[in-house]
Design a binder for this molecule. Structure first.
Ligand code: TRP
Ligand code: ZN
Length: 315
């Protein structure tokens, strides 16, 4: 049976009262912390379908999706259309960088406490030398599919959920800095956390968790530990993605990363089953960063981890 949220809450209240009166074996369950519905499994086929669309967009626009090029705006239009159809309130924020117009896409899920906002984001631009499917079609597609899963579940979290796709990250975090810089002090203080996903399906993947806000970090680490997947702290480039814009403004941040040009060690290859002595992503910022440059297992695990964090941290 499908109970409405309010019916379910009322039913839970009845159970709690009965348990208190009876003092029976249910007393432990009643004193346990409130349970949020578990996050759904994110269908990796859907995430891959988004990546195919981003690849087609690059193919049709000179081979890239870079800031100021037509492939960037086409990428943004693709993501925005999916979110609009799913019931998000979207807005496109324009800025100028290197003499060209850039865009951020912001998608708000209606409801939740506007004074307690949980954000998840990814940069949608790539470099001009290739289609940018791992960097950062992967984060963009996984955040998109997580947002669509929020809509399918008609999630009613305590916090307000906001998803973002940043422009001009590759020019130096320009879009996210612009967004954070234009927030009022109140709005900035109302952001409880920002989760960043930049490169999450590297072909020789590591499982790296940002070592920033301890609650966010633990949420990801516990999720992977539950799957038996070892993680390491991200060290390849602290401050090299859009979470830095939020961290500088005092917002708690976290995120996931599967590695860029750094080489996988023997110890890492042993625990993750990859190739030692090879870069995590040999196609980083190059023309071979195509749909062939994606590790499906990493994409699947990290997409599920994003959904888990969004569900768990939004209450
Ligand atoms: N987009 C980032 C860049 O081009 C990729 C990157 C490198 C990264 N190191 C990172 C992303 C560490 C997250 C965390 O520099
Ligand atoms: Zn990137």
């Amino acid at each position: 049976m499908q109970l409405s949220v309010s019916t379910r809450a009322a039913a839970a209240g009845v159970v709690a009262v009965i348990t208190l009166l009876a003092g029976g074996p249910l007393a432990d369950a009643a004193s346990a912390p409130p349970r949020t519905a578990a996050a759904p499994d994110i269908p990796v086929a859907n995430v891959k379908a988004h990546l195919s669309q981003l690849q087609s967009i690059a193919n049709a626009n000179g081979g890239n999706r870079a800031h100021g090029r037509p492939g960037y705006k086409a990428s943004l239009d693709y993501v925005k259309a999916k979110l609009d159809a799913a019931g998000f309130t979207t807005s496109v924020q324009q800025f100028t960088a290197s003499g060209r117009t850039g865009y951020n896409l912001i998608a708000d899920w209606p409801g939740g406490d506007p004074g307690r906002v949980l954000m998840a984001g990814a940069h949608l631009d790539g470099v001009s030398s290739g289609p940018g499917i791992n960097d950062n079609g992967s984060g963009s597609a996984a955040v998109l599919e997580t947002a669509l899963a929020v809509s399918r579940a008609q999630l009613r979290p305590v916090k307000h959920l906001r998803f973002a796709w940043w422009g001009a990250e590759e020019l130096g975090l320009v879009g996210s800095r612009y967004y954070v810089g234009r927030l009022s002090a109140t709005d900035r203080a109302g952001i409880d956390g920002y989760l960043n996903f930049d490169m999450i399906a590297s072909p020789n993947p590591g499982y790296f968790v940002y070592d920033d806000d301890p609650v966010i970090e633990k949420t990801f680490k516990d999720h992977f530990a539950g799957l038996g997947v070892p993680t390491e702290i991200e060290t390849e480039g602290d401050g090299r993605s859009d979470h830095a814009s939020f961290k500088s403004a005092g917002v708690p941040v976290g995120g996931l990363f599967t590695g860029a040009s750094r080489t996988m060690t023997t110890a890492q290859a042993t625990k993750w089953g990859g190739t030692a002595g090879r870069a995590f992503d040999r196609c980083y910022h190059s023309s071979c960063d195509t749909t062939a440059n994606i590790n499906d297992t990493a994409l699947n695990r990290n997409s599920d981890a994003i959904a888990h964090a969004v569900w768990a941290l939004s209450g």
